[in-house]
Design a protein around this ligand. Structure first.
Ligand code: NAP
Length: 280
């Protein structure tokens, strides 16, 4: 497993973690997450909104040595609500401390100063270690950082895969400049990466042959080839999870990364961030 430094901290996190949106609370899924941990994907992402904190809690009872990230829902961004939401997440997870606590989406209806006051209180009380955001555009990230007195935002969780590269316009360059980690969500385009655009698939297939890897592994490797980016694919099977973790143990040549860049440039939501994220 390869690691990247989280934000400006000294923490190192695996470049491949595991998402948990829409997983079931079953022995099969617990087994799959444990298999991923065993192979080195020691980073699990959940959210109060997903309803999957209890199943992550079950994993934690068997193996608690991983970087634990969860998210607070925007309707809970008022001061008292964040504190309550965090206490509830801690209870569901069965831990005393969350490594990374993320604001799931911006909420323009609540003052970011109030929200960040609560987040800093949680750090002071030792309930969370690091503050992150998700789906924040550059303007929102600047506001969020300005609202913090003692802490820095370490990460922004964003949609990123070869079919959805909009963050490359503004947010990714900003995060690179400010040393904020980008946690790529839906890095396999929700499982549709390999049945969408033939011109991209052709290149990915060729590179899979060249490196002796699978097309999924080449895709995830491309996502993590970007300096500031780590990825959190979701899988509920041991085979897929182990395949995903295997995306981290090789390095593609620059010219091969560029081949995927070229094949996928501009497809299919070139202005997604400008149209959706900028309205938030
Ligand atoms: P994803 O990871 O891009 O794709 C998941 C899909 O790909 C599942 O259907 C999975 O099926 C399939 N898959 C996984 N590994 C595979 C493999 N090796 N071969 C073939 N198919 C494979 O999509 P995602 O779940 O949307 O994103 C990942 C995580 O990001 C989420 O679980 C969540 O933690 C986070 N997320 C965050 C936000 C946000 O707003 N912050 C939004 C969306 C997602 P199987 O289960 O059958 O393997």
């Amino acid at each position: 497993m390869k690691f990247k430094v989280l934000g400006k901290t000294k923490e190192r996190i695996p470049v491949i973690g595991m998402g948990t949106w829409e997983i079931e609370d079953s022995a099969k899924v617990v087994g799959s997450l444990l298999a991923g941990l065993k192979k080195g994907a020691r980073f699990i992402d959940t959210a109060e909104l997903y309803g999957t904190e209890p199943v992550v809690g079950k994993v934690l009872k068997k193996d608690d040595d991983f970087f634990l990230a969860t998210k607070v829902t925007p309707s809970h961004f008022g001061y008292n609500n964040i504190i309550k939401a965090c206490d509830s997440s801690l209870e569901k997870l069965g831990v005393k401390q969350i490594d990374l606590y993320q604001l799931h989406w911006p909420n323009p209806l609540v003052s970011i100063k109030e929200t960040m006051r609560a987040m800093e209180r949680l750090v002071e009380d030792g309930k969370i270690r690091y503050i992150g955001v998700s789906n924040f555009n550059v303007r929102r990230m600047k506001e969020a950082q300005d609202a913090l007195k003692k802490n820095e935002i370490v990460s922004n969780q964003l949609l990123y895969n070869p079919l959805e590269r909009d963050i490359e316009n503004e947010i990714l360059p900003f995060c690179e400049k400010e040393k904020i980690t980008v946690i790529a969500y839906s890095p396999l385009a929700r499982g549709k990466i390999l049945n969408r655009k033939p011109e991209i698939i052709k290149v990915i297939d060729e590179l899979a042959g060249k490196y002796g890897k699978t097309p999924v592994q080449v895709t995830l490797n491309w996502v993590c080839s970007k300096r500031q980016v780590v990825a959190i694919p979701k899988s509920s099977t041991v085979a897929h999870t182990e395949e995903n973790v295997g995306a981290a143990d090789f390095t593609m040549k620059k010219e091969d990364i560029k081949r995927i860049d070229d094949a996928s440039s501009g497809f299919p939501y070139p202005n997604w961030g400008k149209t959706i994220l900028s309205k938030l």
